[in-house]
Ligand binder design. Structure first.
Ligand SMILES: [Zn+2]
Length: 109
């Protein structure tokens, strides 16, 4: 837990954020600046700064993030209409919060 990290605070339930889904390892909540009708963030509870900071032992959590994205697409009803999942990496790649998170966007007409 990094006390100055927004997503550590959210995952630690310090911000009153409504979770769409929660497991022992991760939380899912809505992006506050949505880029699409459906825009979820899938966030490990453990602080990992970003993709460049992953180590081999992180294979399990990365798998869980992606499988959770699949489940959340179904839950939000966009699994057949289509969606995108992506990581922004470092400032130049659009990363704004330096705590690993997977975006899921979809729900366009
Ligand atoms: Zn964090």
């Amino acid at each position: 837990m990094h006390s100055d990290c927004l997503f550590c605070k959210i995952a630690g339930n310090e911000m009153g954020t409504e979770f769409i889904h929660e497991t022992a390892e991760l939380v899912v909540f809505k992006d506050i600046k949505p880029l699409a009708p459906v825009h979820l963030l899938i966030v490990p509870k453990r602080h990992i700064r970003g993709i460049n900071d992953l180590v081999d032992d992180d294979r399990a959590i990365i798998s869980e993030l992606i499988l959770t994205a699949r489940d959340m697409a179904k839950k939000m009803g966009v699994e057949r209409s289509g969606y995108r999942i992506f990581f922004n990496v470092e400032k130049g790649g659009g990363q704004e919060v330096f705590h690993l998170h997977l975006h899921l966007i979809g729900g366009w007409e």
